[in-house]
Design a protein around this ligand. Structure first.
Ligand SMILES: C[S@@+](CC[C@H](N)C(=O)[O-])C[C@H]1O[C@@H](n2cnc3c(N)ncnc32)[C@H](O)[C@@H]1O
Length: 301
């Protein structure tokens, strides 16, 4: 088994991750080395992306490439990067191979001794070949904003209204929204593996989420079959900046959203994306950062 690592400048990290995710859909390991961010993929020789292909995609951003032989335990090793997280003491996002919150030993990094275990919602997510263990900073930011929105919502938990998850990946955000009382919930993603993972993770968690394949870059959000039941949806969009700008430029069909939670953005990109959505009448109500990443809550003015 070979570990092939690409070190890039932090400023290029977002774009590089997007490109590498295309080349290595089974997943990319991320490490912050300080001056560089390292993205690593694992595979047998011949299965890994070729260096010319990588250079063609991210050549300008590359600072270093490191290739090393590693023990042949890919499946187990990969699991180390999928760790449970507790969001706002309310939502416990965990892989299927980790125990439920109530069975997790006190003092564990993902637990909080002050939390009543029976109040915690369990979200079991197996990303398969899709993005979205829940642990990535951008997903965490979206989950935090979503939990807060649920806490402040006046509507009863079973009638919070429709949600559209753009770039649903594993479906982690869509499933969380359904667990927190929104519905109907629909996810779109241009990857077939993401659509399958979204549907499967909804089934495993016992919530109703639909999903289909849709390319936001080629077709624009306005081309999407509207999730229109007459009520304005909440839009979740953990996408990269170019896609968010495309969505903002294109607008939505059907009843316009009342709010949008957006991430996948570096901190310095937040202003530009907020300004683009303000033109659609969705104005900044909150912003969060975690490390280099940022998230926005936009509301209809
Ligand atoms: C950063 S991941 C977010 C996944 C998940 N929603 C989460 O928060 O963890 C972005 C997702 O957008 C999807 N995506 C990228 N480009 C897309 C496009 N042109 N159209 C639709 N989905 C796209 C990717 O496949 C990926 O699943």
């Amino acid at each position: 088994m070979i570990r092939l690592a690409f070190r890039v400048r932090p400023a290029d990290a977002e774009t590089v991750l997007a490109e590498l995710t295309e080349l290595a859909p089974t997943g990319v390991e991320e490490r912050d080395l300080g001056e560089t961010i390292e993205y690593a993929v694992y595979g047998a020789e011949g299965e890994l992306p070729s260096l010319p292909a990588v250079r063609a995609l991210i050549g300008d951003a590359l600072v270093d490439v490191v290739s090393e032989e590693v023990a042949d335990d890919w499946a187990d090793r990969w699991r180390q990067f999928h760790e449970p997280i507790l969001i706002k003491d309310r939502l416990y996002v965990r892989p299927p191979w980790c125990p439920p919150y109530a069975e997790t030993p006190a003092g564990d990094i993902a637990t909080n001794d002050d939390v009543v275990a029976s109040d915690v919602l369990e979200l079991v997510v197996d990303p398969g070949q899709a993005f979205g263990t829940g642990a990535h900073a951008t997903t965490r930011l979206c989950l935090e904003l979503l939990v807060e929105l649920a806490d402040e919502a006046e509507a009863p938990a079973d009638s919070r209204g429709p949600v559209l998850d753009l770039g649903s990946g594993s479906g982690v955000l869509a499933v969380a929204a359904a667990q927190l009382g929104w519905g109907p919930v629909h996810g779109v993603d241009h990857e077939e593996a993401s659509v399958a993972a979204t549907i499967e993770n909804a089934r495993v968690n016992g919530v109703a989420v639909t999903a289909d394949r849709f390319d936001l870059l080629r077709q624009g959000a306005s081309g999407m079959g509207a999730l229109d039941d007459g009520r304005p949806p909440l839009v979740l969009a953990n996408l990269l900046r170019p896609l968010l700008l495309r969505v903002a430029a294109d607008g939505f069909t059907g009843t316009p959203p009342h709010a949008l939670i957006g991430s996948g953005l570096l901190v310095h990109e937040l202003d530009g994306v907020a300004a683009a959505f303000a033109r659609l009448g969705l104005v900044e109500a909150d912003r969060r950062t975690l490390g280099d990443w940022g998230g926005l809550l936009l509301r209809r003015a």
